[in-house]
Design a protein around this ligand. Sequence first.
Ligand code: GDP
Ligand code: CA
Length: 303
Amino acid sequence: MKVVLLSGGVGGAKLAAGLHDVLDPGALTVIGNVGDDLEVLGLHVSPDLDSVLYALAGLNDGERGWGRAGETWNALASARAWGGEGWFMLGDLDIGLHLVRSQALRAGEPLSAVTARLVEAAGLATRLVPASDDRLRTFLVTPAGTLPFQEWFVARGHRDEVDALVFEGAREARPAPGVLDALAAADAIVIAPSNPYVSIHPILAVPGIREALATRAVRCVAVSPLVGGRAVRGPLDRMLTRMAGGTTPAHVTNCYEDLLDALVIDRADAPGAGEVPVVVADTLMTDREAARRVALTTLEAAS
Ligand code: GDP
Ligand code: CA
């Protein structure tokens, strides 16, 4: 069974790891968000692609929730001490990856090609493809003004309420090589329990990707990122309340317009499901075994 997963960072990475474990080797393609990408200290950082890569390879820090396990922070401390920017957390191990990617991009290699090399270096059969090789950047329209994604999320701790999103460059962006082929060949399409607004919508904003989902011949299932109407972490519940008017399964489903055949929701959200086609499960992925269980339920819902 060939499966395509649309994924953001940490929430998506957990399901990516679960699907990777339960599917045949090579059966999973993850299409990753690049709207959060940034240049910091001269390095190109792709936070969402890296969260997926680290989770698949078992290198992620489960406790902190992002970045690599066993991380140290000497390079960043040194950069700060020399007057360099230090607001974006980059660990020493993490920087090694950013050096390799930045060098390749500077030499003219597309993001999808260097990402494929990184996945291969990690010894993974799963494919990880950025939604686009072209520049696409997420901006948040807030009462404090229109902010670049990482300024809103990291520098300001996502404290500003969000009224709308802008995906700069999306209209001109093309799907990266392999994206549309993977969608056309898929036996099922899964949308990860990622933040719909900042992780999945920028993927769908790349011309051709939403159309591929809308005209698919297979099932498309999303896993809700809410547990008990609350985000497991991050600002999604506040964003949904403000922009969609609530945090029930219907509010999550409506984020995907008419693209979904079903929404996998947590048991805690079942009482508010109403008319929405849902599959009820325990969706909190506290460890990799839990992620495999959610993956199996999701595949069943997608078959
Ligand atoms: P980011 O790019 O790192 O912010 O990560 P994503 O957009 O992929 O995921 C963020 C979302 O993941 C948040 O809205 C969380 O509620 C959700 N999330 C995190 N862990 C879990 C989990 O174990 N289960 C479910 N259902 N959602 C989760
Ligand atoms: Ca992200």
